[in-house]
Design a protein around this ligand. Sequence first.
Ligand code: GDP
Ligand code: MG
Length: 169
Amino acid sequence: TWSRTMDANVLVLGKESVGKSALTVRLLTRRFIGEYGLHPAESVYSHSLVVDGREMTLNIWDSPHSEDLSLKTSLFAKKVQWADGFVLVYSICDRASFNTVCRLVQAIRSARDCLSADKAPIVIVGNKRDLHHRRAVPSEEGRRLALQTGCHFYEVSAAENYHGVLTAF
Ligand code: GDP
Ligand code: MG
């Protein structure tokens, strides 16, 4: 019925150290703790929030990065099929992490197109906006990538701002 809680699975991906865990923890606790360590195992967190007046439960998979992305592996394919939406994170101070997001967009789009026609929403997030003095990726590049690939785009700071993080999720 109209009042039923909706569930959505959100997969958070990106290069190591871009702030995937910081963003996830910020959303869940409204806090920035600083150091999160490496997750020994894959972790899925459930978080309820109200979107357009409806209660939703997000199941957020803070996926540890495995570089080379193993984009062609069955594990990656399974994660991509599990997700209803994607948060692809780079650091505005790390050019390589932006390149990783470019590859992830392509990999997700092709994986989803193979198995189903739907296009799951992708949000591209440029994190660490507070470190503007070390910026390596202009906002414009993130915005252009999103425009060209049909994604959403936000620049946020897990360290300094909860609302930007909430909006992105
Ligand atoms: P992950 O490997 O992608 O999960 O990255 P983490 O969440 O573990 O964060 C890596 C490092 O970046 C940690 O030292 C965090 O404190 C730091 N960090 C994360 N987000 C921000 C941010 O928005 N601003 C700043 N200045 N540091 C951040
Ligand atoms: Mg992490």
